[in-house]
Write a protein that binds this ligand. Structure first.
Ligand code: NAD
Length: 288
């Protein structure tokens, strides 16, 4: 039976480090770090994320400035808003809550964020630094996945790491983060499934990360005995949330497994706050 990897159990230590950093920053600069958040329209999921972010930020002593725009706001208006926040010295980090309504090009808005205020780590320059192993801001969900894998204490060198899902915020950054630990990294996606090869790759995984968004797509019986299993997926099925991996059977085969909810999710928001304090320090020339 697998050991549960619960994000909440790791947040205590991370929170304590962040609190100390934020307190020191406020003492040295005379003000709390500020996170500006842009929300467009009324997406229920986005609303849940922003209230979680606000609660976490304020609990740590970060000022959370939510700017809510109606669903009919134009791309030009949003670009103008990002530019204004870029030049506002009181703002240390900017996050655009995705998805924006369909008439907005998400990428255009996010990539307009100043590189040293890009607390989600999705600006091309920050992604380039990640590829080079010099990341300043690691995309938050990918960072949370790595925290959980590191918490197992297992040496990944030479093992098979399989990521399912190639999004820019999870799957792709994880390729480079995992490579730093020297496993053999394979990335699977919809094309792998179409070719009927997903099961074969999953069966080979000593470390499996699923970030797909399809309820229980990965069957528990495919999990290799003793694997580390990280389920990023969050899928609403009826009244419950489930992951991308069939949990009950996977639990009997894995050595470590994340529950959904309660695995990756609780850590992600603290990774955002970690990026924010790093951004604030960088802007003020504070090292460490
Ligand atoms: P996405 O929605 O942008 O892309 C999904 C990926 O899954 C694509 O790369 C696609 O190729 C792959 N895919 C789709 N169908 C597939 C199939 N049948 N077989 C194999 N691969 C398939 O991905 P995302 O934004 O990374 O989100 C993935 C999941 O993770 C969602 O459930 C999302 O809610 C969740 N998520 C959770 C957190 C968290 O903090 N826990 C954060 C971000 C996303």
């Amino acid at each position: 039976m697998a050991t549960l990897l619960q994000g909440k159990q790791l947040t205590g230590k991370i929170k304590a480090t962040l609190e100390a950093d934020i307190k020191e920053f406020a003492q040295r600069t005379g003000s709390a770090p500020v996170l500006a958040s842009i929300e467009v329209g009324d997406n229920k999921g986005v609303g849940i994320y922003t209230s979680m972010q606000k609660k976490a930020a304020e609990g740590l002593g970060i000022e959370y400035r939510l700017k809510h725009f109606t669903g009919s706001t134009t791309e030009k208006e949003l670009i103008g808003q990002v530019k204004q926040l870029n030049s506002d010295d009181s703002v240390n980090g900017i996050i655009v809550q995705l998805p924006c309504p369909a008439h907005i090009d998400d990428r255009k808005i996010s990539q307009g964020i100043r590189v040293d205020k890009d607390v989600e780590g999705i600006h091309p320059e920050n992604l380039g630094k990640l590829l080079l192993g010099q990341a300043r801001f690691i995309p938050c969900t990918a960072a949370a996945v790595m925290e959980l894998i590191n918490a197992t204490g297992i040496d990944l060198s030479g093992k098979n790491a399989v990521i399912v899902g190639r999004s820019e915020i999870v799957g792709k950054p994880l390729i480079f983060l995992l490579l730093e630990k020297s496993p053999t990294v394979t990335i699977c996606h919809s094309g792998t499934s179409k070719a009927g090869k997903l099961e074969e790759f999953v069966r080979s995984a000593d470390i499996l990360v699923a970030a797909i968004g399809r309820p229980a797509l990965i069957k528990g019986s495919w999990i290799k005995e003793g694997a580390i299993v990280i389920d990023v997926g969050i899928n609403q099925v009826g009244d419950t949330l489930i992951g991308d991996i069939e949990f009950s059977t996977a639990m009997t085969r894995a050595s470590f497994i994340t529950p959904v909810p309660g695995g990756v999710g609780p850590l992600t928001v603290f990774m955002l706050m970690r990026n924010l304090i790093n951004a604030a320090k960088l802007q003020k020339g504070i090292s460490g």
